[in-house]
Design a protein around this ligand. Structure first.
Ligand code: ATP
Ligand code: MG
Ligand code: MG
Ligand code: MG
Length: 471
């Protein structure tokens, strides 16, 4: 029988408890750390310990950590393995064991406890990390052909521009062992999926980029629960695992489609809805409310994306609370606090959906007016809608270009895409300048949100608060 997500989580934590680790709870998605917007990894709650600024209560700890990574939003629903919200299982050593033991335990956990076939596991090490390579090859017995040296982008881990960091070694699962080892590249995402990262945390980076050794050698690891579930449940992607799929099935039912036989774009939309619903539920549970700044802005954007995807799939009426209910019902093993706040969570989501639905309706009316104006006798350009008009619909009413194009096409009109794109560029430049005064801590998060969702929100969010502008 295949292991459920809950069983995998328990096996991981239990395995490390048997290896003398203290099981500790996940910290909030709202970190106690001004340099990061949201909790992006299990190590975050231990950052002061790594830096030697807080006393350690235990030398060995294991957790399952709620994480949100908005920088992965473009990959959500597209790749088989990225989410905004995911659970990161971790084992930590604060000046206790180091490389050799961390690698040995990771291997035992993966191959004996979780029974991932040895022949399917490949590993990466940091380019110059001969130690780690030798441990994998000589102590563990991984054939050298399945060990690859990789550079800073993949194998040097840091939680941010400053703070604790170090070289890392990652475990990958091979989806296509029949392809053999010749010419194989761990960067080949169709073939390999990274599931476990071991960080040899021994350095501290300051604002100038200077690296100094930490007072102790530490271990920080992260294993993606959804990815391991995908591997062990042998599903096409993380999204079909028991951790998420019930939400997607609910969305499919509301949209009156069958997920398995749906076309790729529909599937993507349903996956996005499943992903974002989880993120929103946990974020609201941790006290974040939709707003136009910082974390609240992330929640607002995520809810609006769910609503937009749902509407484009033909879902009418309020539907986000129904999706949230499913996500809440799946939350127990990860965070028991979620169920206790169920009422509050669904109310917040419902209110945001309602407000955004009004904005969408206003946008539809605006679009209708624009089309009508072009129809006026004597109107010069009858078949091309200006990029400026399309931009107003996008910027003020949250209409993605594709939606405007679709509606315009139904009226026999085309949209000036080049001009729309130019407007977007101007917009980006302007908001870049404005953002300087807004929320620096959120910089990278906001950058990625801007990239995929676009918006002028940061030019004047205060007067827009409550107006429900833009997705
Ligand atoms: P990738 O290269 O696939 O983007 P990563 O190297 O950015 O992953 P790490 O920072 O090493 O990821 O995080 C540790 C583990 O957490 C990864 O090995 C993976 O299993 C999981 N993980 C990371 N990002 C995501 C995500 N967006 N969704 C789901 N799981 C993730
Ligand atoms: Mg990544
Ligand atoms: Mg990686
Ligand atoms: Mg990694």
């Amino acid at each position: 029988p295949k292991l459920s997500g809950a069983e995998i989580r328990e096996r991981f934590l239990n395995f490390y408890e048997r290896k003398a680790h203290q099981r500790m709870p996940s910290s909030s998605l709202v970190p106690d750390d001004p340099t990061v917007l949201l909790t992006i990894a299990g190590m975050l709650q231990f950052k002061p310990v790594f830096l030697g600024r807080a006393p350690k209560r235990y030398s060995r700890v294991t957790t399952t950590q709620k994480c949100v990574r908005t920088n992965d939003i473009e990959n959500v629903g597209v790749t088989s393995r990225h989410h905004t919200f995911f659970e990161m299982l971790g084992n930590f050593s604060f000046g206790d064991y180091f490389k050799k033991e961390a690698i040995a335990m990771a291997w035992e956990l993966s191959t004996k406890e979780l029974r991932i076939p040895k022949s399917r596991i490949w590993v990466s090490v940091y380019t110059s990390d001969d130690d780690a390579l030798a441990i994998w090859r000589d102590d563990i017995g991984v054939p050298e052909e399945r060990i690859q040296r990789r550079g800073e982008d993949d194998n040097f881990w840091a939680s941010g521009p400053t703070g604790p960091c170090g070289p890392c070694s990652e475990l990958y699962y091979d989806n296509c062992p029949e392809k053999g080892t010749a010419g194989a590249d761990l960067g080949d995402d169709d073939r390999f999926v990274e599931f476990y990262n071991l960080v040899f945390m021994e350095l501290d980076r300051d604002a100038e980029g200077k690296l100094t050794p930490l007072s102790a050698k530490n271990i920080d690891t992260g294993m993606g629960l959804e990815r391991v579930a995908q591997i062990l449940q042998d599903t096409p992607s993380n999204y079909e695992t028991d951790l998420i799929f019930p939400i997607i099935q609910k969305a499919a039912k509301l949209a009156n489609v069958e997920y398995s036989s749906a076309d790729e774009m529909t599937k993507r939309a349903l996956r996005v809805m499943g992903d974002h619903t989880r993120a929103v539920v946990y974020l609201i549970s941790d006290g974040v409310r939709p707003s136009n700044i910082g974390r609240g802005y992330v929640v607002r954007r995520l809810i609006r994306r769910i609503v937009m995807k749902g509407r484009l799939q033909g879902i009418k009426g309020a539907f986000t609370p129904a999706l949230a209910d499913v996500a809440i019902s799946l939350s127990d093993g990860c965070d028991p606090a979620v169920r206790k706040s169920a009422q509050r969570i669904t109310t917040v989501i419902a209110e945001e959906e309602e407000q955004f639905s009004r904005t969408l309706a206003a946008g539809q009316k605006k679009l209708h007016d624009i089309v009508e104006a072009y129809r006026q006798p004597g109107s010069s350009s009858e078949v091309i809608m200006s990029g400026e008009d399309a931009f107003v619909l996008f910027d003020t009413y949250g209409f993605p270009l594709e939606l405007t194009q679709e509606i315009a096409a139904a009226e026999g009109m085309q949209v000036d895409v080049a001009e729309f794109t130019a407007q977007m560029e101007i917009q980006k430049q302007r908001s870049k300048q404005a953002r300087g005064q807004v929320d620096m801590g959120a910089q990278s998060t906001i950058d990625s949100l801007m990239g995929t969702m676009g918006s002028t929100e940061f030019l004047g969010y205060s007067q827009l608060e409550g107006e429900g502008k833009v997705i």
